[in-house]
Design a binder for this molecule. Structure first.
Ligand code: FES
Length: 592
């Protein structure tokens, strides 16, 4: 069995490496003895770099989303040092470069509003500077997709190194998952089953080590997506942040990127349609976050792969969820790593005929070679198919007159009995309306109703906040009810759960049908038949849409204006319209 984080075994027959040696892009800055090259090179020497580092060897940008306000990535400078060791060892020249870090836990109104500007920061840092290949250092939810989107638009050789998850949390003897227990404890407080003091006491137990969320939330999902796409070395996703093997992974990735530059193995060679289909099936098998839908659509849009919501539904069908991790299951990322991590899951997909085995990874070889020899070390964590958490665990795409562009639901996090449901709508016009009404004992709502939240999509919130799993009314919670059907144009945290229909497209703020749902309307959700229906006539729908006027305020300046004016719908990845596509990395003009 190959050790985790090996540095690859060289080119595969289906990928034809470029000739080496050849002149690299960075030589346009550092090569020769012109005034310009001395300016570029000489100034770099103030850091003590010897002259021979500028001799035409691969210059590797280590794009670092480190920030003390992105706590999940606060340890990445240490990993960058490990990457540098590997790059030097392989004959490259590493340079660490900070890029925009969109912190999930700190950014307002929501980190998602900044994913696209972060991707723009990555793209322009690469394109405008002397780099031949890049190592993408991310971890927290939006950092991984923003790095992949920016790198895809430049298409220089790139490899992902994740920061890794936090160690398990424990509170009073019980496993505590990042995010998942935040929702659980919060609802327990509302239901009167936990005191506020206990809630505060639990806080520190959730985050007891460096790293990203330890559940199969969006951070772990996106690390898994990077690995399943083939953009990270095998085993990258699950190694805990503080495990010494995380440093080995970084070191080996540093070695590997140098060879990738020599071979000219680019994101467009790795992130093919087949790679995306592998990732979608992997997401179903791990019970991954619904946020992966939006991020993969956006990444595909950058690399020029035609990926749609229908691909999500088609590929995810009949893939069982076999990873028993919160929020769908009971364990955490630390145990997933000990069980063998993502390579075991990918091998299982391959054995079931659900993997494009030949898809090339950053190793230079086919995906199957990376996983075929691994073994499951814990069948309670990576379950046999007959014990799957959900037989069909793929993200479901429902459509109908309420969501002509589609909406998504995560079956492994939903209540089976609610997946076919007809109920009376209780409508919240926006998140403030929800907050103002939800605890009102006079609110006409019970557990058979369908909660509808509007104006929380990419334009409306703005940024598409993770509020789709809106908490249940306290008076319903007090009856011991833990789930209701909820529908919105928002997202949901990957650590959350419930029968929650998300990303309803077009969003309310763009005049989608969600905007005209009224209190008392009847709504039908039929997951088996992929249907989401507002029970009004076509004429009534047309009349309501004709009367509709937006309630959200358009910004007049700044990034907020740019975002609202150009963001696309969730059904195509919520990227900015002018950022779609691969623009390459031309060296441009020198201005000196
Ligand atoms: Fe950063 Fe969860 S808040 S990974």
């Amino acid at each position: 069995m190959r050790p985790l984080g090996h540095a690859g075994k060289g080119p595969h027959m289906t990928f034809k490496p470029a000739q080496w040696p050849r002149k690299l892009r960075s030589q346009e800055w550092f090569g020769g003895a012109s005034k310009d090259s001395i300016y570029h090179r000489g100034w770099m020497k103030n850091q003590g770099f010897p002259h021979d580092l500028f001799d035409g060897r691969p210059v590797i940008g280590i794009l670092n989303t480190w920030s003390e306000l992105t706590p999940c990535n606060a340890h990445l400078r240490d990993l960058a040092e490990r990457v540098k060791r590997g790059v030097y060892e392989a004959g490259g020249f590493p340079v660490e470069v900070p890029v925009f870090s969109a912190s999930e836990s700190a950014f307002r109104p929501t980190a998602m509003m900044f994913r696209n500007i972060a991707a723009m920061s990555v793209e322009e840092q690469i394109r405008g500077q002397p780099m031949d290949g890049v190592v993408l250092l991310g971890g927290c939810d939006k950092t991984t997709p923003s790095l992949l989107m920016g790198a895809a638009s430049c298409d220089l050789p790139a490899i992902v190194v994740s920061g890794g998850p936090m160690l398990n949390g424990y509170f009073r003897g019980e496993r505590v998952g990042s995010g998942t227990h935040l929702w659980r404890f919060s609802e327990a407080v509302k239901a009167g089953n936990m005191t506020t003091d206990e809630f505060v006491e639990a806080e520190a137990s959730m985050s007891r080590s460096p790293g990203s969320c330890n559940t199969m939330g969006t951070a772990s999902t996106m690390a898994s997506m990077a690995e399943a796409l083939g953009m990270a070395l095998s085993g990258n996703a699950a190694i805990p942040a503080v495990d010494s093997r995380r440093r080995v992974m970084a070191h080996n990735s540093g070695r590997r990127i140098v060879q990738m530059v020599k071979d000219d193995l680019k994101p467009s060679d790795v992130m093919t349609k087949q790679a995306f289909e592998n990732a979608i099936r992997t997401n179903a098998a791990i019970g991954g976050s619904t946020n992966a839908v939006i991020h993969l659509l956006a990444i595909a849009g950058r690399v020029g792969v035609d990926l749609t919501l229908d691909d999500w539904d088609r590929c995810g069908r009949d893939v069982p969820t076999i990873v028993n991790l919160m929020p769908s299951g009971e364990y955490l990322m630390e145990e997933f790593f000990y069980a063998g991590g993502l390579p075991v899951v990918i091998k299982r997909l391959g054995e079931a005929g659900l993997l494009h085995k030949d898809a090339i990874t950053v190793s230079g070889g086919p995906m199957w070679d990376e996983v075929k020899d691994v073994e499951n070390q814990n069948p309670d964590v990576i379950l046999p198919a007959e014990k799957a958490l959900a037989k069909s665990g793929g993200v479901v795409v429902v459509k109908g007159n309420l969501a002509p562009g589609g909406a998504v639901l995560k079956p492994s996090a939903a209540t089976p009995a609610l997946m076919q449901h007809r109920g009376r709508a209780v409508v919240f016009e926006d998140i403030d309306h929800y907050k103002a009404r939800i605890a009102d004992d006079d609110l006409d709502i019970d557990e058979t109703c369908v909660m509808v939240l509007k104006n929380c999509g990419p334009k409306g919130y703005p940024g598409m906040a993770e509020v789709g799993n809106m908490g249940l009314p306290p008076k319903v919670l007090k009856k011991g009810i833990t789930d209701m059907v909820r529908i919105s144009d928002a997202r949901m945290s990957g650590t959350a759960y419930g029968t929650v229909v998300l990303h309803t497209s077009p969003e309310a703020a763009a005049g989608g049908p969600l905007a005209v749902v009224r209190d008392g309307d009847m709504i039908e959700l039929d997951v088996a038949n992929r249907r989401l229906h507002l029970d009004i006539s076509d004429e009534e729908m047309a009349a309501r849409l004709a009367e509709w006027t937006p309630i959200h305020i358009e910004a007049e300046s700044g990034y907020l204006w740019l975002h609202q004016a150009h963001v696309q719908g969730a059904d195509t990845g919520a990227d900015l319209d002018f950022l779609k596509g691969c623009r390459g990395a031309p060296v441009g003009k020198d201005s000196h």
